[in-house]
Design a protein around this ligand. Sequence first.
Ligand code: CIR
Length: 257
Amino acid sequence: MRLTRAVVRPPGSTFAAGLTTVNLGVPDLTLALGQHEAYVRTLERCGLAVTRLPADPVHPDSTFVEDAAVLLPEGAILTRPGAPSREGEVASIRAALAGLVPAIGEISPPGTLDGGDICEAGRHFLIGLSHRTNEDGARQLASILSRHGYTSAVVDIRTIAGILHLKSGVSYLGGGRLLVIDELHGHPAFHAFDRLVVPDGEEYAANAIRVNDHVVLPAGFPRVEALVQLSGTPVLTVGMSEFRKMDGGPSCLSLRF
Ligand code: CIR
């Protein structure tokens, strides 16, 4: 699908107080802001018009805008993030998207769902069941998708160590290709795809985004970069060290549509 727009939000002054499961130290806000700016320029280079929302220091994780909505060509589905500290992020994403795309659905209690668990693969969606996205949220999303003619499959990642969201472990690269970590590559939901298995030690780079003619990868993962290039799509890389400290990767920092 040809993308034309993205919505982003820079990290705010409270960024370092956000949620994290990794032990990589405290993020440097100045460096994070520089990386965010370079990320935006990369999306622009891929042809996207980028809407920059103001920083929201009330919500330390609000730079990870991907989790608050799922975008389809038909419009936006507002989510209900699974971490209580992130629930309040949805209102401003709803308002920001209102001028850009129609709202076509939302996840309601007791459902919870983070956009990071939703992997679009053309007319088919992979829905991660995680510690953020529950069965009710997954069911609600599957039903909205099906009303719009999309199929979906659920992938339970609750027992896979080291990944927060489904897209921490798998990304759709277009053309029937998935970039996937070894622990997940045999999952039945992935059988119909060509799978590029992430080499040992480079798992963080499983979170990649296909943006029109390029795949955007985190910088510093040369074996994944080579694998993706060889599979036929040029790669652009972005420095993500400060976002990685807070469990974020390239997909989390934008809503693309
Ligand atoms: C969180 O734990 O919610 C944030 N610190 C990281 C969210 C990353 N989002 C994503 O992968 N879509």
